[in-house]
Design a protein around this ligand. Sequence first.
Ligand SMILES: [Zn+2]
Length: 466
Amino acid sequence: MKRSIFYLLSIIFCLSVSAETKYVFYFIGDGMGANQVMLAEMYRSAIEGQPLGRVQTLMTTFPYSGHLSTYSKTNGITDSAAAGTCLATGAKTKNGMLGMDEDSVRVTTIAEELKAQNWGIGIMTTVAIDHATPAAFYAHVPNRNKYYRIGEQLAESNFDFFGGAGFHHPQGKHDDKKVNLYRLAEDKGYTIARGYEEAITRSRDHEITKLIMVQEGDTGMNHGSNLTYAIDRKPGDLTLAQIVSTAIPFLDARHEKFFMMVEGGMIDYACHGDDAATEIGEVWDMDEAMQAAYDFYLAHPDETLILVTADHETGGLALGNSDYTLHLDLLQNQKCSAWILSDKFSQLFQGKNKPTWEAVKQVYRQNLGFWETVEVTADEEKELQALYKAACKGRTKDTKTMYKSINKLGDAGIALLNKKAHVGWTTHAHSAHPVPVFAIGRNAHLFSGWHDNSELVPLIRKAIQE
Ligand SMILES: [Zn+2]
């Protein structure tokens, strides 16, 4: 009896000693401050008629959490390149810089470090695979806009899986004599899979060791810049959840250990547009993509670490703008993103004949529920009508945001709906708000508490080594 207890204890001891970190999932919600997550949860609670806080994202159920400060080497408010570099290397750098410190010296990323130790590496996003955050894990350039050079470095990275919209400028921006980046990647041994179906087929082919998964029909020319927003999605559009659920078995079948960076890149895009309803869809979309990683963790709880954080906050999002109430349920009246709404208004004003006020009202009615399920006061209508009259005379200017210029009538409609929901924004740019960290799995406790973003990579290293 004593002997069998001894054996049992020694087996448990051996198991606990031999367990090691083999799988690291690193989720980055671009622009996702704590309020972005809070808004997503409170909105769902509101529209599902649940008590506030009842409907939780997967990430906020994780047992450990903390916050990160995000300032860059040079700016109180970081951009995604400096923040991405810091989250990938631990080094603070200048805004705009990728994979280099402020003196333009190359810094090694955690992904490169693990690749050198034979880990499988996957980098995926809802935006272009050469955009700042994903590029921060494999590229080293002094300027994040050097998309062609970043694409070349992607092909040279030897990482195992890339997933996202595509490349920004596969032919180079100004020089169409350059080798197409998809061809270049193929020359370096990558297989390109366009769309979910093709990616599934390719990922099961064991002859294929390096895969790039992009949306169907991507030829560059802006189609490669981002996936469709969740709020605008049509059947057949590629999703982040599909990319992650393709990447996990692909990496697992080919590598004993793997590291995956998954970016919810369009949370940032929605917040640059001060567009709450679209932001909510993007947060839930990243959370849904996390489910496949969470299922993998449940199957390998002693060897898996899931980490969720953000590079910075975008929009200066505030929940509450007057009394002690929120009316988030009003946001469900929004049927498309600010981007699509902007296009609808721009189309309406194309050509010689200007639309009637009634036609403009119809666009507001159909896409934001104004005058139907959303009450519009006489004063508010007057303001919208004044903008309409100015637009008829060509006197309105689009609102410039980071990724799209938004038609003034669309921007004003979204702003009015947000105001009625008691959601406020201080900027169309980034803010210095701290960002959340959520962690579960092996050595997840290391990530609780308040840290600077430069401390995260050393902590990941520690979580792997211990
Ligand atoms: Zn941004």
